[in-house]
Design a protein around this ligand. Structure first.
Ligand SMILES: C[S@@+](CC[C@H](N)C(=O)[O-])C[C@H]1O[C@@H](n2cnc3c(N)ncnc32)[C@H](O)[C@@H]1O
Length: 391
């Protein structure tokens, strides 16, 4: 990649930052930061923050622009990094390493709460309002009246409802002027509101498939059955029989759970890069099948992984995949392509990959290039379900 596209400069540091997956060689490759990161760091530098000895919490730092900039070995403040995304954690760690910065960060996943009280909290406003709500509620016992909470986001995604959440759970809120289409939100921490209980995970009952579903805040299609997922389930009478099945990008786990209902002897693995997705899939699996979640062997079926990279899976008979077509707010098929490539490697000879996608995404050509075959299992106006066999 052109180095000018990885060079990130702020008053704190000059860094080379990469995304995961790495940006493609193209005329305008995607950067590992946005104008909201720049604005947050500019504001901190102007205010001479953080001060030495302070405790910092950084929430939803996409690829480490904030954490790496503040990770100077000369500073003696403590940083906690709190995120639902394994990709964000991995990118931040790689960027620390790539810039010869020591990893002294406390890594906290979204299922856990950060520990202790914080002096300064920096939030990259997430795409999901529900995730922000859960994070602000969970944050309440970790801030005092003296804590500074500063959030940053791109104006086009910051609807009024985002600011209202800060008011509701933290206190009076003001905003900055927009700079390069980014804006800051300054949240007071008067704690005028009572400490709230997070409404997540939420419970739903999907009548059409008779499934009780529990979903953490950041899980795909949280309050209804996704129409693509539904169309995939409608084709399950054609599902090839398999001893081992992977639900890749499992979300709440519906695809894998329904496959297990049809093929009770199969061992089903659930993979997602979101901690909340894997936790939801695990709860739903044990509830739906009335299994004992204490069995260590069963728990090994649930893995937080970037595609299949962090898993030991090989010799799989069937992979079910409803791939993401965006990464946070960025649309693209890089992750889908990586899922297909790693599925090809993980499958048995004669193993099958089932993919559902919007018709226009042209997964057919990609699968054909990789597997040298691809057939349409079903299609409607919006979706196509494809099967590729490893020969
Ligand atoms: C379109 S949703 C499908 C969810 C679920 N399988 C369904 O059909 O309802 C795509 C899922 O892929 C997950 N995902 C995105 N990037 C990923 C990656 N790099 N590795 C693993 N999972 C990923 C998302 O968190 C999301 O749960």
């Amino acid at each position: 990649m052109d180095s000018s596209n990885s060079l990130f400069q702020s008053s704190f540091a000059e860094l080379s930052l990469q995304r995961i997956p790495r940006a493609k060689q193209q005329s305008n490759p995607l950067r590992a930061w946005d104008a909201a990161d720049e604005l947050l760091l500019k504001h901190l530098a102007e205010q001479q923050l953080p001060s030495n000895g302070q405790k910092l919490l950084i929430i939803n730092d996409s690829f480490g622009a904030l954490s790496c900039s503040l990770a100077d070995y000369r500073a003696d403040y403590c940083i906690s990094h709190w995120s639902d995304s394994l990709i964000s954690q991995l990118a931040c760690k790689e960027n620390l390493d790539g810039n010869h910065l020591e990893d002294r960060i406390d890594w906290v996943d979204s299922i856990s709460s950060p520990s202790g009280l914080f002096d300064l909290v920096l939030i990259k406003v997430p795409k999901s309002l529900a995730l922000l709500e859960h994070q602000l509620i969970t944050l309440q016992p970790h801030v005092t009246e003296k804590t500074l909470v500063i959030a940053g986001g791109m104006v086009k995604y910051l609807q009024k409802s985002y600011q209202q959440l800060f008011e509701q759970y933290l206190g009076n809120t003001t905003t900055s002027l927009a700079v390069k289409k980014a804006r800051l939100i300054f949240a007071g921490t008067e704690k005028t509101t009572q400490v709230a209980q997070s409404p997540y995970p939420q419970q739903n009952h999907y009548q059409e498939i008779d499934l009780h579903i529990s979903q953490h805040a950041n899980v795909f299609s949280r309050d209804k059955l996704d129409i693509g997922t539904r169309f995939m389930l409608q084709q399950y009478q054609q599902l090839p029989s398999a001893n081992s099945i992977v639900d890749l990008g499992c979300g709440n786990g519906i695809l894998g759970i329904m496959a297990k209902r049809l093929q009770p002897e199969a061992r089903v693995y659930f993979i997602d890069e979101s901690y909340m997705a894997v936790a939801s899939a695990q709860d739903n699996y044990f509830n739906a099948l009335n299994l004992d979640s204490q069995q260590e062997q069963d728990r090994q079926q649930f893995m937080v992984s970037h595609c299949l990279e962090q898993t030991p899976l090989t010799a799989i008979d069937l992979i079910l995949c409803n791939p993401p077509f965006h990464q946070s707010n960025t649309v693209g098929d890089q992750i889908a392509w990586q899922m297909f490539q790693q599925s090809f490697k993980a499958l048995n000879k004669q193993g099958r990959l089932w993919v559902i996608g919007n018709r226009h995404l042209d997964y057919h050509n990609k699968l054909k290039r990789l597997f040298a075959n691809c057939k349409t299992v079903a299609s409607n106006k919006k979706f196509v379900i494809l099967e590729a066999v490893k020969r």
